[in-house]
Design a protein around this ligand. Structure first.
Ligand code: KG4
Ligand code: ZN
Length: 334
């Protein structure tokens, strides 16, 4: 068994998979309600909540499955990139737990985990594939030279795509996290869409930028004076503009790199409008598309478990006293 933990942002998540990757347990406790009043994640509150909830979740994993720590071959956990307090909460807890039974630990890279669950974990990710992670913290486009080595080819120059959804939702008076709320409201509208900006320019053609769009959107929402009947049209238009921008940059990257596959993960990849737009784009370009299953788009421990299992098979593990296991909040830069 692999025991896996994810705590890099505001979801405390625990999973158990066996050595074939079959899932025995998965549960996530979201902190959305706690952070909602602040309109975004408060790092101190997140780390304290992870520390409180993690022991309970791990205990539940064993009590509900009837499995025991003695059956665990390794514990996989996200060590970065992410918020250092949350990463440290899981590292400290798991080090104590693993030390008691001499269980090796496997450090997992959060972005690679998002990409790994985009494709069937029994399949090899083809060299030179493109990988996109779109979430509240990331809008990053990678060339996967040879898995798990990633080369960043484009990223947001300001807000992440999920952040743009969250800020737009706030302007419309919708709760956090805003992406699912905008999607829900957008479904109520099938009339003409509003335009917010003429074009979005970035120096690097594979970069993304959402702040101009967000500012123009917030301005038009203010002008409308909080009329609740306008919310569906605003939501549908804003969603469509964000998706169109994402797709325009991905299209350019597909034409340039002609990758053997496109992998997509992260919370925003759960968006139906985005998924459909990607399907059409990849279909037209004849490029195989692999998007994470909806329940595994956001942060979750299953992606950590499956990435950890793959690493375990290649011999990657850290034995007690686990000196190499430390938070790497900026893994790609340190
Ligand atoms: O990957 P994730 O759970 O956490 C990190 O940020 O790492 O992503 C959360 C983000 C939030 O900004 C949320 O608004 C966005 O993903 N999101 C969505 C949808 N579901 C979640 N955005 C658009 N449409 C959705 N259905
Ligand atoms: Zn994430």
């Amino acid at each position: 068994m692999i025991l896996a933990v994810e705590s890099s942002c505001d979801d405390t998540s625990v999973a158990l998979v066996d050595m074939t990757g079959a899932l025995f347990f998965h549960r996530s406790l979201s902190q959305n309600d706690l952070h909602a009043p602040y309109g975004g994640v408060v790092p101190e509150l997140a780390s304290r909540t992870h520390s409180e909830r993690l022991p309970y979740l791990v205990e539940t994993a064993f009590s509900e499955t009837g499995l025991s720590l003695d059956q665990v071959s390794a514990a996989a956990l996200t060590v970065g990139p992410g918020l250092s307090g949350g990463l440290l909460a899981a590292i400290s807890f798991l080090k104590g737990l693993c030390w008691s039974k001499n269980i090796p630990m496997i450090p997992v890279h959060h972005i690679r985990a998002h990409l790994r669950v985009a494709m069937d974990p029994t399949l090899v990710i083809p060299r030179e594939s493109l990988g996109l992670v779109v979430s509240g913290g990331h809008t990053h486009l990678y060339r996967i030279r040879e898995w798990p080595d990633l080369d960043l080819v484009g990223q947001t120059t300001d807000d992440a795509a999920g952040e743009a959804f969250d800020k737009g939702a706030k302007a419309l008076g919708l709760p956090y996290p805003g992406g699912p709320e905008i999607e829900k409201q957008g479904r109520l509208w099938d009339g003409p869409l509003l335009k917010f900006v003429r074009g979005i320019h970035t120096k690097n053609p594979f970069d993304f930028s959402f702040s101009g769009l967000k500012t123009a959107f917030v301005g038009q929402v203010r002008q409308a004076g909080g009329d609740p009947s306008r919310v569906p049209q605003f939501a549908a238009s804003y969603q469509s503009a964000i998706v169109a921008h994402l797709v325009s940059r991905i299209e350019k990257a597909l034409e340039t790199f002609r990758p053997p596959a496109l992998l997509v993960g992260g919370g925003v990849a759960a968006n139906d409008h985005f998924r459909k737009a990607l399907e059409i784009l990849c279909d037209e370009g004849g490029i195989p598309l692999h998007i994470a299953p909806r329940p595994l788009c956001g942060d979750n421990a299953v992606m950590v478990a499956l990435t950890g299992l793959e690493l375990f098979r290649t011999g990657c593990r850290v034995n007690s006293p686990y000196a190499e296991i430390r938070p790497r909040p900026r893994w790609d830069e340190d």
